[in-house]
Design a protein around this ligand. Sequence first.
Ligand code: ADP
Ligand code: GLC
Length: 474
Amino acid sequence: MAGKVLSVASECVPLIKTGGLADVVGALPGALADQGWEMRVMLPAYRKLRGHLSQMVEVWRDDHLFGGVARLFAGRVEGLDLLLLDAPHLYDRDGGPYNSSWGDFPDNPQRFAALSWVAAVVARDGVAGWKPEILHAHDWQAGFAPAYLRYFGARGVKSVMTIHNIAFQGWAPAALMGELRLPGEAFHSDALEYYGNLSSLKAGLVTADWITTVSPTYAEELMRPAFGMGLQGVIEARKANVSGILNGVDLDLWDPEATETPYAAANMSGKLRARAALCAEFGIDPPGPLAIVVSRLTDQKGIDLLPQVIPDFVELGGGLAVLGTGDPALEQAMQRLAGQFPGRVAVRLGYDEGLSHRMFAGGDAVLVPSRFEPCGLTQMYGLRFGTLPVVAATGGLADTVIGLSPATQAAGVATGVVFHPTDALAFSQALAKLAALYADPKAWAQVQRAAMRHPVGWEPSAAAYAALYGRLLA
Ligand code: ADP
Ligand code: GLC
């Protein structure tokens, strides 16, 4: 083994997921194992994960971790080497990882500082004979981990802070410094202070040995105000230690040959059957391209543009199937759109992994009109499934899709439709391009083949992480 890595996060497929963070955290250990690195993942033992504890071994304990007893359990769960932090006063409750139906948990700063604290202790001291060389922290939930390491002695352990989404910054009142065991002298603008408060993400960004984000384009964008969301200066100041490493797709979990109607680029008849089944499931039957959206319904994702562009797309023969949950106003907008175009537009509100797979198999195109997108995974699932991505030219979307143009089409390299800027006019024009392409089956098939050929696996990215870890330890 080249070395050991402790990966700290709040989500991990297949155990707990609200978005792409979970896919990535769950896929990295396998991808890095292929590069010779041993990675363990540390997660909170949320209520729905506590069932696993009986198969695990207690390896560490603190009777007073932010107001209660905390015990760390180690073991192999669902093929992953896992460390679960059981602290019932923080994690044993109803709801998702961050909120219940009442809203965000008010003690989120303590909940994720606790996770970060224990991660730093394990990184520094090791646990049950296992000591990592690298601590890899994901997003604001793990942002204090590199900070604790930095302030309490890293003993040679190097840290990496990965930004999956800078819109979430882990703000906490400054008054919590002491309670969160952060040293008072670190409360200044070059360290943990952020507009008079604390930000756990900023803490990670200023204290980690290296910063990564999930695409090269987002790494550039983050240094600009519109994308950096207040942290652009912090990132710019560290730009010699920032890199963008694209996410990959777990090729076994997302495999057109492993669907109910298996298909591959050489024989697409299974995809046609999947399309028919999907149309039946959603009760729609467009003569033109069947577009899908599988997404959190939020402003980031540009979902509010759909009601503006879909009427024209329907006019061109298109149809739309949406799966998502999120902002109630956007959920209602999606339902209104479906009501407006029965037989053409249908919506399922909720979270459904199985249905999402059937949609990528059966859809003709996947729409990702994001205003910003650190990486984005659904456009890559689209490539893999020959479900042509229609994406805004931002972040990882710009890095993964080759937009249709006369030149790219002539060269046979176009893999989807890319538009800019993220507004209704450009999006609408992109959908018109898609419909025109669909009307030309030979041209459509060529783009589909190029999409399915496009490599979206983890290997190059895992190699980039491995190289980074190696450089940090050299
Ligand atoms: P983000 O993490 O910003 O939400 P990504 O594109 O990186 O965006 O990842 C989203 C992940 O969540 C993908 O795996 C996608 O398929 C999945 N997903 C989003 N919404 C749903 C849903 N309603 N049901 C099932 N899967 C969903
Ligand atoms: C975030 C981003 C998304 C990215 C995912 C995994 O949720 O919004 O673009 O793909 O993290 O890195």
